[in-house]
Design a protein around this ligand. Structure first.
Ligand code: SAM
Ligand code: SF4
Ligand code: SF4
Length: 353
């Protein structure tokens, strides 16, 4: 599924540490004051040494971009996040960071902006509302600190995007937040429809001070707001976020209509333990373990601390076993995520910057 002949586009989880406790995040025990779930969180991280070992000068020539996001933590909570960004951008790699942005000093953010200017890298600021509403989801974050960090970073000229998950409690502030984003110099404002309510009408949680609250889905979705913003001029002619990029003829699909996002983008996933997976959706799943079992492979063979990254990517199960599972229809995660396209939806709002 991954090709050595096309540039790689990695998705990497630097750490499972985080300063925040978003109720719907899988690291959070939402009914226990949004404390971290220590059955999942090990408080570990990838280090600069890991990147020096695998993202060498030579290997970086084959990497177009690295997305520092992940499933369980915030990249800024990794002690060597800045050094890793320096290492990658100095080797010509474009980096993107997804963060709640409430960590680190303004000096740190200025340095990050300087590094990011080398390659046109960007930060996705995940800010779901304004001063009164953002902390209702981004538990334990400070809106003032986020704004100061964003201002210091944007002042360097580096690219910033404001990403906003829609809830009932913040949908009345979309226009105000978009205007603030534009005035501050964010280049893009993106609304996100979450799928994490499933069929539920509410999601109960407990604030750190013990107060019980509920999240509710927004009445309007991102498409509704996008239509309301439609008369504003488009900020930039880029593809909408989440699009699969230029069409490249590769083996990514099967008769069931599964188009593997990772194969199209040549985008392996590495988690904070160093394990390499097909994507963040299959990482650590029973389906992944079964695929390895059926192929007679041990999980430790897929860890960059045990084996060179380039060698892992060129071997099974990535050569044929995933493609076979698409054909057999035997991987329910692939069917759901890349067959039925059950994913969060993103809407880039025109005129943001
Ligand atoms: C585990 S976070 C890691 C990155 C970083 N800590 C952050 O929150 O941006 C991965 C992604 O999940 C997103 N996320 C958190 N809660 C969500 C929700 N209820 N619906 C959709 N996406 C959500 C975050 O905004 C982020 O883009
Ligand atoms: S900021 Fe990101 S990693 Fe931290 S709790 Fe929220 S969604 Fe999870
Ligand atoms: S869920 Fe399956 S098909 Fe989709 S990106 Fe991951 S490995 Fe590919």
């Amino acid at each position: 599924m991954f090709s050595q002949d096309r540039p790689y586009s990695f998705h990497i989880e630097l750490t499972d540490k985080c300063n925040a406790g978003c109720p719907m995040c899988s690291r959070t025990k939402e009914l226990d004051r949004c404390r971290p779930n220590l059955m999942k969180v090990q408080n570990i991280e990838l280090t600069l040494a890991d990147f020096q070992a695998h993202f060498t000068d030579d290997f970086c020539r084959r990497v177009v971009d690295v997305d520092l996001c992940g499933g369980l933590g915030d990249p800024l909570a990794a002690p060597q996040c800045l050094e890793i960004c320096d290492h990658l951008t100095a080797r010509g790699v474009k980096v993107s960071i997804s963060t709640n942005a409430s960590l680190r000093s303004t000096r740190w953010w200025t340095k990050l902006g300087e590094y990011f200017n080398r390659t046109g890298s960007h930060v996705e600021f995940h800010i779901d509302g304004l001063a009164d509403s953002n902390p209702l989801y981004r538990i334990n974050t400070s809106f003032d600190k986020i704004m100061a960090n964003a201002a210091a970073y944007i002042a360097t000229g580096a690219r910033a995007e404001w990403h906003y998950i829609l809830f009932r409690h913040n949908e009345h502030q979309v226009l105000e937040a978009q205007a603030l984003a534009r005035d501050m110099g964010f280049r893009k404002f993106v609304l996100i429809d979450t799928i994490r309510f499933g069929a539920r009408e509410r999601f109960d949680y407990q604030m750190p001070d013990g107060e019980h609250r509920s999240l509710e889905p927004s009445v309007h979705d991102g498409a509704y707001f996008k239509a309301r913003f439609a008369d504003l001029p488009e900020a930039s002619p880029e593809a909408s976020p989440g699009s699969l990029g230029p069409e490249i003829p590769v083996e990514t699909t099967d008769g069931e209509g599964i188009v593997c996002k990772s194969a199209v983008q040549n985008r392996p996933y590495i988690n904070c333990e160093g394990y390499v997976s097909a994507c963040c959706w299959t990482a650590g799943s029973n389906e992944e373990l079964q695929t390895l079992d059926l192929a007679g492979l041990r999980r430790s063979e897929f860890n960059i601390r045990h084996r060179p990254l380039a060698e892992i990517l060129a071997a099974e199960p990535f050569v044929s076993h995933f493609a076979q599972a698409w054909l057999d229809g035997s991987n329910p995660i692939c069917q759901r995520k890349c067959g039925q396209m059950i994913r969060n939806k993103r809407h880039a709002i025109p005129g943001a910057g």
